[in-house]
Design a protein around this ligand. Sequence first.
Ligand SMILES: [Zn+2]
Length: 237
Amino acid sequence: MELNKDINQFDIPLAKRIYLKNPNSILLKKLLIFSPFLIFIFSIATLRLIRNIELDPLNRLKFQVERNHDGRILGHLPYSEIPKEKLVLIEPNIEVHIDMRDSLLKMREEAKNDGIYLVFLSGYRSINLQKDIFYSLKSIRNQEAAERARVSAPPGYSEHSTGFAIDIGDATQRETDFETDFENTDAFRWLTKNAAKFHFKLSFNKDNKYIDYEPWHWRYEGSIEALKVFESSKRKL
Ligand SMILES: [Zn+2]
């Protein structure tokens, strides 16, 4: 009993409540409260970063494979030569794929009805002829392959070898044949407005990175075979 009495006599201090008044301590307190959220956000950000780091080279590789897969050379896609039995002569020196003959002739007829005279300058060209054009002009003009490829396709890479391409001029302005100036002719304005009705499309427009703008060069996309031939060119460069 003596001992208990003594204990009761001890002056035991009450628990002290400490108030965090100092601004640094308040910040610390807030940090402690929000720390689970911060950790959560930080983890998400880290995970995303890791995923990006891992995926980026893979994506780049995939893109590279797609680009190489379509087999372009200097911006031109490979095209095989049309089988001879599918070629038809529509006028002296102009042969085209049989699928596009009617549509092409109808287009010229309709233009004529509107007072516009279209001239066909070049249709099907064999890979051999394209070889002559590409290599001989290259040496005549003293141009490197890449420069030459801006205005002429390398052999095996020309839409003309498919029989589905046609170069068109204006009969009243022959000086614009194969010239960018063709875009200022009535024939070109008419084609821009009407060619799609006959399933013709300009192949090399102004935003092509590798190949110069060719307002005279149109291709036919009005048959399944033609669509198949030009399928890969629809992919962006
Ligand atoms: Zn052409």
